[in-house]
Design a protein around this ligand. Structure first.
Ligand code: HXC
Length: 520
């Protein structure tokens, strides 16, 4: 009340302005959004953040006129809600595009709002989360919108490895706009609701006449199983936002912090007896590496990233003894766990992400090597495989590896081998460490001897058996110091926990440089 007992009209005006700003494109547009099965931007923020923690910034910004002599209606907030809040009590900065305002399209001022929270996030060492729902560059803004995207991309790149950047796709992400999520650490999509493409269906139709459904062009299924661009997907927005909260709980707020420690409710000394019988005696019979991982990590909780793409490789986040770690492995039940182009990319990028954010790496190895053949060679398996070598060699976080069965040739070397700087290397008694499998080796080494034998096939089988006896075990490698110890499979969990404790204060330094030149 003013002195006269009348409410101050300036405060009344502020309330009205705030109310208008919170309505985005207005009730009709919000109803349209709901009718499409989508949540309104403010409902999304409530689900993402701890209750009552969101504080908005710059809600009164409006566009300053387009670049093409065209203009659009002015909406308070410019189609993006920005600010800060908390997830599990830790500060995060967030921007959330509002599709009800001009299709959530990006203008100069819309971009400025996003850049401001990105700058604040990096200055304060906190994660930045983008909730994406946008028709891309606002056509009326012309080059100003394109410049606005460039400002965001530059920050995505410069802040990469400094603070975690997470993109949650909740609607369209069209045109070059898709490059901002692509530059972030993790992309979470909603099935049948979010789309990501460089060239949309309308443009494709105009150019080629071909009609393509958005979902078939760049929906969650496509990016989870074919392109490998998305890391996680969920059936609903609510689930996607919960997933974002859960994933963030595994990351530190920035590159100089350690990931959050959660006192384990799973016994650190727990031994899983089933592990001792998991690997079949016959090396040609596969088993599931997922079973190994789930038996070793705390309470079997494993957040697998990219679970439907390059499934011969496994990457994901877990806690072991309460500490957040990155897990890398081969899945011997898919393509025998060979390393191909996509598996190389998947592993290399994940290793680098873990290294940025101080997540120790635990690697389980069972691979017969790189996938041979003209297709892989021509498409650059050398270039792609080199990324894995580079990533493991460069990573300075604690590195622990466990060879469960095959570690042949290139697979032995690239998968966190001792001489790439891995701190603790274990092998199970089932480990087979050799330049190649027995059949291939015998055919090369004893070709003449087999041909000259009375019964060549029997001689071949005898030599294979002999080779297996000599090399298909870990003792040969252990005797030369290539593995640190041979452990019973059931001991794996306590051994990893002890190694993580012993490596907690690891310090390394390399020669000074601007940055390396990873084979891309
Ligand atoms: C201006 C746009 C717009 C755009 C959508 N709108 N996209 N306005 N510029 N890029 C407007 C629509 O005109 C509409 O306004 C409102 O947003 C909602 O869009 P609808 O089409 O009604 O919604 P829907 O049917 O759900 O379809 C959503 C859509 C479609 C799939 C995103 O709008 C679409 O295809 N838009 C174009 C996407 C695209 O090609 N963008 C690339 C831009 S180039 P009204 O007032 O009628 O409701 C780019 C380059 C970036 O992004 C470069 C960076 C390197």
């Amino acid at each position: 009340m003013t002195g006269a007992g009348v409410e101050d009209p300036r405060i009344v005006e502020l309330r009205q302005m705030r109310h208008t700003a919170r309505q985005g494109g207005g009730p009709d547009r919000i109803a349209r959004q709901h009718n499409q099965g989508k949540l309104f931007v403010r409902e999304r923020l409530e689900l993402l953040l701890d209750p009552g923690t969101f504080h908005e910034l710059e809600p009164f910004i409006t566009h300053q006129g387009g670049d093409l002599g065209l203009t659009t209606e002015k909406y308070l907030g410019e189609g993006v809600v920005t600010g800060y809040g908390q997830i599990d009590g830790r500060t995060v900065y967030v921007y959330a595009q509002d599709f009800t305002v001009l299709g959530g399209t990006l203008s100069e001022m819309h971009s400025r709002k996003i850049c401001r929270v990105m700058d604040l996030a990096v200055r304060n060492g906190t994660p930045i989360i983008g909730l994406i729902d946008s028709g891309g560059a606002r056509i009326q803004e012309g080059v100003k919108a394109l410049g606005g995207y460039a400002e965001i991309f530059r920050r995505n790149a410069q802040y990469s490895g400094v603070i975690p950047q997470i993109s949650v796709m909740l609607g369209p992400c069209a045109g070059g706009a898709a490059y901002s999520p692509a530059l972030t650490d993790l992309i979470i999509m909603v099935e049948k609701q979010s789309y990501m493409f460089i060239t949309g269906p309308a443009v494709i139709k105009a150019v080629t006449g071909e009609e393509i459904e958005p979902d078939a062009l760049g929906g969650a299924d496509v990016h989870m199983s074919i392109s490998g661009t998305a890391h996680l997907s969920a059936a609903s927005e609510e689930e996607a936002l919960q997933l974002c909260r859960r994933v963030l709980g595994r990351f530190p707020s920035n590159n100089v912090e350690n990931p959050p420690y959660v006192p384990p409710t799973d016994d650190p000394l727990r031994m899983d007896e089933d592990l001792n019988t998991l690997v079949p005696l016959d090396p040609t019979i596969p088993y599931r590496m997922h079973d190994v991982i789930e038996r070793v990590v705390d309470r079997g909780e494993f957040i697998e990233l990219q679970p439907r793409w390059a499934c011969n490789a496994i990457v994901g986040l877990a806690r072991i003894g309460g500490h957040s770690v990155g897990v890398v492995a081969q899945e011997p039940s898919v393509m025998a766990g060979v390393i191909d182009l996509d598996a190389s990319d998947k592993i290399a990028r994940f290793v680098r992400m873990c290294d940025c954010f101080n997540l120790p790496l635990v690697t389980f190895v069972d691979s017969p090597g790189f996938l041979p053949g003209i297709d892989q060679e021509h498409r650059g398996i050398i270039r792609h495989g080199a990324k894995v070598l580079y990533a493991y060699s460069e990573a300075t976080v604690p590195k622990i590896s466990i060879i469960t069965r095959k570690a042949y040739g290139g697979a032995y070397v690239v998968m966190s081998s001792k001489f790439l700087g891995t701190d603790v290397n274990y092998a199970w008694p089932s480990a087979e460490i050799a330049v190649m499998g027995a059949e291939g080796a015998v055919n090369i080494l004893y070709r003449k001897q087999i041909a000259a034998a009375e019964d060549p096939e029997a001689e071949r089988m005898r030599l294979i058996e002999e080779y297996r006896r000599r090399f298909n075990n870990p003792y040969h490698a252990a005797s030369a110091g290539y593995v640190d110890d041979i452990i019973e499979p059931r001991e794996t969990r306590p051994k990893i926990i002890a190694a993580l404790a012993a490596l907690r204060d690891k310090q390394t330094s390399g020669p000074p440089r601007k940055h390396g030149n990873i084979p891309m």
